[in-house]
Design a protein around this ligand. Structure first.
Ligand code: COI
Length: 349
């Protein structure tokens, strides 16, 4: 053991970093973690520059709770009469379970998940924005936190929930989005884990998104990787097309996230007399849709003003009278306690 005392390095007992070899059974090394003396860490901030790194004793690292793994997203809302509401948490709990199963992770039960979100929302209730100013975004997160060197499930997992008050997701605010259809990069592949709400599905979109944004677009709409033909989703949300009374959205066949807002909009649309089709949607259908909109917890329901695909740019109906605005105001009304929740979607805390 190496002990620093009185300015001297004092060696007590056998094993020390000065010995030629550490105490290890060298004949029986497998591919597992043997904690060694030191590790090196060096941090890089958002300016892209790594600071001077340093050696430190091998051990746990400080990690921001908002560093992601397998995650969920939900929001807390204030009602006019001062109640606090959460929305369809059972759906988030189920989705995390599906994702955990796909990635071989253990998952909290629905009860544990919902209870943790409720506790976090309540403990942070002073951060829920006043009505009309935003919402409290709540992010339940599941990550491997135990040591593992080989390719296998982690040896320990951490589930945590954090929250932050948020306003509009897009810098455009509520203005219609200008989307770019990407046919070089793909978000997910068949048989992969594109339907799982894991950060591994968001990292691959960053390059295409940055390129599109630098060209003035709001975000990217992805095509299926096998045929480059059918619509998938936008980097952060699902997509819907409206043609007359028919609302279509890509079917969730493993490469598309099963959005809670997506499901809710489908159910509201059906209740209000629209025909809803969940199916493969060829990119060419964008050319003659009346309206296009995006849905997601962070995004809400966002109207799309234009879509650019190869050398074609199409404009869509937007505004107060649009189908998306009608569906959005019903959804928001339920979430914020303005419209009676006949579906049992909201939870008061
Ligand atoms: C959400 O909508 O909750 C998400 O997690 C999307 C994310 C890109 C902010």
């Amino acid at each position: 053991t190496l002990i620093e005392a009185f300015g001297f390095l004092l060696f007590v007992g056998g094993d020390s970093s000065e010995d030629e070899y550490a105490k290890v059974d060298w004949d029986n090394l497998g591919f597992g973690i043997t904690p060694v003396d030191y590790m090196y860490t060096m941090k890089c901030s958002s300016d892209g520059k790594f600071e001077q790194g340093q050696l430190a004793p091998y051990g746990n690292v400080d990690l921001s709770p908002s560093a992601a793994g397998l995650y969920e997203g939900t929001k807390a809302y204030r009602t006019e009469d001062g109640r606090l509401l959460l929305f369809r948490l059972d759906q988030n709990a189920t989705r995390m379970k599906m994702g955990a199963d796909r990635l071989c992770m253990p998952c909290p039960s629905s009860f544990q998940f919902i209870d943790a979100v409720k506790q976090t929302a309540l403990a942070n209730k002073r951060w829920i924005p006043p009505r009309g100013k935003g919402t409290l975004y709540i992010r339940p997160l599941l990550m491997g936190s135990g040591p593992i060197l080989g390719l296998a499930p982690a040896t320990e997992y951490t589930f945590l929930v954090y929250a932050s008050p948020v306003g509009n997701y897009f810098k455009e605010g509520l203005k219609p989005l200008n989307l770019y259809v990407e046919d070089e990069f793909h978000r997910a592949t068949r048989g992969g884990a594109g339907g799982v709400k894991s950060i591994t599905n968001y990292a691959p979109v960053l390059k295409a998104m940055a390129r599109a944004k630098s060209r003035g677009f709001s975000d990217v709409l992805y095509l299926d990787s096998a045929n480059k033909k059918n619509l998938e989703e936008v980097s952060s949300c699902n997509i819907f097309l409206v043609k007359g009374n028919i609302i279509s959205t890509p079917a969730t066949s493993g490469t598309i996230l099963q959005g809670v807002t997506r499901r809710s909009i489908i159910e509201i649309a059906l209740d209000h007399g629209y025909q809803v089709e969940e199916r493969a949607i060829p990119v060419d259908e964008l050319m003659d849709a009346d309206e296009v909109f995006c849905t997601g917890t962070a995004v809400g329901v966002a109207p799309v003003g234009t879509i650019t695909y190869q050398d074609r740019r199409v404009e869509y109906n937007v505004g107060e009278e649009s189908v998306s605005q009608k569906l959005y105001s019903i959804l928001e009304g339920i979430k914020k306690g303005v419209i009676e929740d006949k579906k049992g979607w909201t939870i008061e805390i």
